[in-house]
Design a binder for this molecule. Structure first.
Ligand SMILES: Nc1ncnc2c1ncn2[C@@H]1O[C@H](COP(=O)(O)O)[C@@H](OP(=O)(O)O)[C@H]1O
Ligand SMILES: [Mg+2]
Length: 292
């Protein structure tokens, strides 16, 4: 995808804008990585988070000034649930849910390409009671056949099923405790990799059949990837099969199942058989609603 200039971004629709924004942030992150190198991983992580967040929020302020933003790197959106304060996103009609750098750990390790940029748009008026209406996941260290950075939007085709054991993407650094048992129950294969966005996109491209996570995550980790997965006809839910909801008062969204639709029942059943419990604190309220 060739990116239009900053000045031309105003004519893009929301989905095109999400892809454009992921691409611009990806270019900046790649340049930063090249310039700064890997000698100080913490400094590189911090610089990446900050540079990408600033680029994205400046572009959103310019081109979508009426919309609110929920970003991993925006203290106000994180603090809201802890302090019981209301942030602008709780009352907004449209909220951009962004993770400026997902797979931060992998971004700071030389040679790794499993990190991503997430851009999603949540709209209050969308059924059933507020929903994701656009999304893009950029994987700046991966390229298309044309040599451009790889950016997936909501129009990806459903990949063909592959014979053989179910391949399940899991976090390489924090896999859910029940994964060993799950893999054994299903005769499946665990495929460790970094970044929630990269793992969901691996399901969308057919590299794996499913992605399972539990134990902690936030809305920005999964919003854009889930928009991409739903657009490609994939199943996406909590690990008990209940729906994923975004722009809640509490942005914690600690578990996730994304998989080929024909595997959903089998995977949900096997996850339930491991006895994993859903944390009580994740009971959700009305979209953007009062704090419980
Ligand atoms: N137990 C946990 N608690 C909070 N966040 C978690 C988590 N496990 C994974 N994540 C977040 O989910 C994203 C993908 O993780 P992983 O690469 O391990 O699969 C990372 O986002 P960031 O890189 O944006 O911080 C990571 O911080
Ligand atoms: Mg993240």
């Amino acid at each position: 995808m060739r990116l239009v200039t900053e000045d031309e971004a105003g004519r893009l629709d929301d989905q095109q804008f999400a892809q454009w924004l992921a691409g611009r942030a990806g270019e900046a992150l790649t340049a930063l990585r090249d310039r700064q190198g890997f000698a100080d991983p913490k400094a590189l992580k911090d610089a990446g988070d900050r540079a990408s967040h600033e680029l994205m929020t400046a572009a959103l302020a310019r081109w979508r000034p009426a919309d609110a933003v929920l970003s991993e790197e925006e203290a106000d959106s994180r603090r809201a649930w802890a302090d019981g304060e209301r942030a602008p996103r709780h009352d907004a009609d449209r909220v951009w849910i962004i993770d400026p750098l997902d797979g931060t750990r992998e971004f700071s390790e030389a040679g790794r390409d499993d990190w991503a940029v997430h851009v999603a748009l949540w709209q209050r008026s969308a059924a059933p009671d507020g929903a994701l209406v656009a999304g893009a996941v950029g994987m700046p260290a991966r390229t298309t056949v044309d040599g451009d950075q790889l950016i997936l939007g909501t129009g990806c085709p459903t990949p063909k099923a592959v014979e053989g054991p179910i391949r399940i993407a899991v976090s390489r650094s924090r896999p859910p405790a029940f994964v060993g048992e799950l893999v054994e129950l299903l005769g499946a294969q665990a495929v460790p990799m970094g970044s929630a966005g990269v793992k969901v996109c691996a399901v969308v491209t057919g590299e794996v059949d499913a992605y399972v996570h539990a134990g902690g995550q936030y809305e920005w980790d999964s919003a854009a990837p889930v928009a991409v997965a739903l657009g490609a006809g994939m199943h996406a839910s909590r690990i008990d099969g209940s729906p994923l909801r975004y722009n809640r008062a509490d942005p914690r969204l600690p578990d996730l199942l994304v998989c080929r639709p024909e595997l959903a029942d089998q995977l949900l059943d096997a996850i339930a058989r491991t006895g994993v419990e859903m944390p009580a604190s994740t009971v959700t309220d009305t979209p953007g609603g009062a704090f419980g």
